[in-house]
Design a protein around this ligand. Structure first.
Ligand code: AMP
Length: 249
């Protein structure tokens, strides 16, 4: 079985995101970028499947500007076998990503697609679900445990009320959650080896997909600054303030 892992290049989670002066988006110039953390978990899970002889090949795909090839190389350094880069602008929307991924799935015919549950830049949480719908495949979202056995996969989903255990038919789309695993670091020899691993480039035109935006960003704003809190001397004062100042009781 081949496992396909779409990996997105996003602003590094340690960076304080700054809104552009004209409120049209967030500042990307000279900002440290990295692989979406949920996608690192997806790559790790694909590698574990391969190591347990559950997968023969791990292919990573990234859609975005030329710099996305660095993100693909990071996944190759973790241990993925091959990369595919599809050149597009940074702001490509989930539906367009899902359509491009569908075209890649039709070429590559993987048995499993492991996506991140969401990209930490747009927080859309849509691509995996849209891809499953476009392909007509089974999907398991927010997965915190995964076991593949033949043409079925046993998954555990994190839902509000606890954990949901499901069995899904392969081929399937699985979106991975935080607790699935802890991704490995790439070792220096593997970073060197990754430079020689195959990385193909495809264009949007070759895949025949319309990626024109369907959404308009009206305005991007910083969250409102929180007012400083105060300390109260005792419960009596707290109750008095809640009643007369905050007027919540
Ligand atoms: P989103 O729906 O934008 O929250 O993204 C969910 C997941 O879809 C990500 O964790 C990635 O696995 C995948 N994905 C989204 N955008 C891209 C992209 N531009 N290139 C590759 N994979 C992507």
């Amino acid at each position: 079985m081949k496992v396909l892992v779409p990996v997105k290049r996003v602003i590094d989670y340690n960076v304080k995101v700054r809104v552009k002066a004209d409120n049209s988006g967030v500042e990307l110039a000279n900002v440290k970028m990295a692989m979406n953390p949920f996608d690192e978990i997806a790559v790790e899970q694909a590698l574990r499947l391969k190591e347990a002889s559950g997968a023969e090949e791990v292919v990573v795909v990234s859609i975005g500007p030329a710099q996305n090839q660095e993100t693909i190389r990071t996944a190759l350094a973790m241990g993925a076998d091959r990369g595919i880069h599809i050149e597009a602008s940074h702001d490509i929307e989930p539906l367009a990503v899902a359509k491009l991924l569908k075209a890649v799935v039709e070429r590559e015919t993987p048995g499993l697609v492991l996506v991140g549950k969401q990209a930490i830049d747009d927080d859309c949480n849509q691509t995996g679900q849209m891809l499953a719908a476009l392909l007509g495949w089974a999907q398991g979202t927010f997965v915190s445990a995964l076991e593949v056995a033949g043409d079925k996969a046993k998954i555990v989903r994190e839902v509000d009320g606890g954990l949901e255990h499901l069995e899904i038919q392969m081929p399937a789309i699985v979106s991975v959650d935080l607790r699935l695993n802890e991704p490995r670091y790439a070792s220096l020899p593997n970073i060197m080896k990754a430079k020689k691993k195959p990385l193909d480039s495809l264009t949007v035109d070759e895949l025949g997909v319309d990626i024109n935006p369907r959404l308009t960003i009206v305005k991007v704003e910083e969250p409102a600054a929180r007012e400083a809190g105060i300390k109260v001397a005792d419960v009596k004062e707290l109750v008095e303030k809640l009643k007369n100042e905050a007027k919540v009781i």
